[in-house]
Design a protein around this ligand. Structure first.
Ligand SMILES: [Zn+2]
Length: 178
């Protein structure tokens, strides 16, 4: 598994890439990640609060699932919103199994834009994440580089030591790889 694989509007995820997907938590059997990423996330969450205040919202997606999300969002939210927040089918990082959307545990969780504020337990997660190989993939101010709007809830597993290097230098994955 290449933890530095780049998937964005210019780079599609190869349809036949082998995957080894496992649930991120027994309570969420449908939310999957690549085994190494899921294990790193489990260790990180153990360190935080054992999933008491944070929930996994969306992990691995198949091409078909991404297509459904994209079309549903086009219908419900319109083109401008969808192009900002939902990657084209074939171009979603979620298809790699290395991306996870997280939300603060609350009664209503927005599937496309979960609440993951820059304070409290969520910020604690954000601070620890790089040491476990995770980066915040779509930061504010980098929209033209990533092609995706600022997404406080979307984290990408890149492994160590890349998580720390990318975060310390304030880079996106695109910039780190070029
Ligand atoms: Zn996401």
């Amino acid at each position: 598994m290449n933890t530095l694989i780049l998937v964005n509007r210019h780079h599609a995820y190869p349809a036949n890439a082998p995957q080894d997907l496992v649930p991120v938590h027994p309570d969420s059997p449908d939310i999957l990640m690549e085994r190494e990423a899921a294990q790193a996330l489990a260790r990180l969450m153990e360190q935080i609060d054992d999933w008491r205040h944070i929930v996994p919202v969306s992990g691995w997606r198949s091409f078909e699932e991404q297509q459904m999300i994209y079309l549903d969002s086009l219908r419900d939210n319109g083109r401008e919103f969808t192009q900002q927040y939902v990657a084209l089918p074939g171009h979603s990082e979620h298809q790699t199994g290395l991306a996870i959307d997280l939300g603060l545990r609350q009664p209503d969780i927005d599937f496309i834009r979960p609440n993951f504020p820059y304070e409290g337990i969520c910020q604690e997660f954000r601070k620890l994440a790089p040491a476990y190989g995770f980066i915040q993939r779509y930061p504010a101010g980098k929209e033209t580089v990533t092609g995706i709007a600022h997404e406080p809830w979307h984290f990408r597993y890149v492994g160590r030591p890349h998580g720390e290097r990318i975060t310390e230098r304030g880079l996106t994955l695109e910039e780190y790889l070029s």
